[in-house]
Design a binder for this molecule. Sequence first.
Ligand SMILES: [Zn+2]
Length: 77
Amino acid sequence: MPLYEYSCPECHERCELLVRSASEKPACPKCGSVRLEKLLSVPAAHVGGSNLPMYDGPPGGGCGLPQCGQGGCQGMM
Ligand SMILES: [Zn+2]
């Protein structure tokens, strides 16, 4: 039986589960979610993960400078 490693997007639990068939939906042993992401067995870098902190730039669309505040300098540019 193949042993797969899964990551749970709900509680970020990582677990190894036996999956007997492709149609079998493994559930998270911690929270019971079936929305598990199958991890590749290749020890790849953690790129493309959904739990990486995203930085969308400074709030308000400003330039990022502390004196800019909430994008107040945009009108001067
Ligand atoms: Zn979970």
